[in-house]
Design a protein around this ligand. Sequence first.
Ligand SMILES: Cc1cc2nc3c(=O)[nH]c(=O)nc-3n(C[C@H](O)[C@H](O)[C@H](O)COP(=O)(O)OP(=O)(O)OC[C@H]3O[C@@H](n4cnc5c(N)ncnc54)[C@H](O)[C@@H]3O)c2cc1C
Length: 289
Amino acid sequence: MFDKVEAFYRPANVREALRLLHSGKGLARVVAGGTDVVVRGDDSVRFLIDITHAGLSYIRRRGTACIIGATTTMAELEASDVIQALAGGLLSRAARYCGSALIRNMATLGGNMANGSPAADMATPLLVLDATMVMEDSKGRRELPLAEYLVAARTSRYAKALLVEVVIPDPPRGKGCQWSFQKLGRTAVDISLVNVSAGLQLDSRGRVKWARIALGSVAPAPMRAPRAEQRMAGRTLDQALLAEIGAEVAREVSPISDARASAEYRREICSVLTRRALEECSAPAGCSL
Ligand SMILES: Cc1cc2nc3c(=O)[nH]c(=O)nc-3n(C[C@H](O)[C@H](O)[C@H](O)COP(=O)(O)OP(=O)(O)OC[C@H]3O[C@@H](n4cnc5c(N)ncnc54)[C@H](O)[C@@H]3O)c2cc1C
């Protein structure tokens, strides 16, 4: 646990949080919902900085984007009308699958990304939505593509920066645009063995205008499947194509075996969930697969 902690701070704004983080000289740790960091513990930590009162809990529109503050909880994302309306409710659906109701009341979107877990359930919907992460440190703010952020979050490269908000550009919409989130865990409230998000637009003849596929828990960081996406463009979505794409994603991932599942099982589930996601996306267009 955190047996050596000397002080617990609750700053009222980002500037104060950053000042505390810097004065901690590497011995301070940010806490949001605490559902990852408390479970793990760390005896090298002397100062805990709770950022849940730093003004980072919000969901708002800015220009042509939806902006979500880092300490917005899964429960808030699940309940938000704005998030339910975004990309067919993709993000709110993923939030609904993040652990139990008790966890979702505490767990934040920023914590889910900053924790750097390959199994983070919110990463794959944000990847298919082309989200960017806004970081703030003593030098100011900068924006990073999510894929880049997720790789770096596995190291301590951003230890002196706060993730302040997530920017989601307005997704493609119109006839034939659909989205899907699929997850397999050992239980309904466990983290993912595999999760898949997909977005798809079919034209009036059932041909793929564009496709986006992201997979979690099957590589060092959640990832897009670019080869599978490219293979789909312009082709008619039928069972043969679904089988081909299922096989392609299985080749693109690099899962490990752990206490939850073997690498082989995860690879197989990648194919199954990807096919399921694409079938769900194609159903409203009346595609008979
Ligand atoms: C029983 C249980 C079930 C769970 N089920 C799921 C699940 O189904 N799906 C899933 O994805 N996750 C699950 N989790 C993991 C966890 O709940 C999520 O990852 C959650 O979103 C983490 O958010 P948090 O606010 O609690 O992060 P915290 O634990 O507070 O922080 C996590 C890490 O991120 C850092 N951090 C937090 N916020 C910021 C920020 N704004 N800027 C910089 N660094 C920051 C912290 O220093 C820490 O290193 C589960 C956890 C438990 C205990």
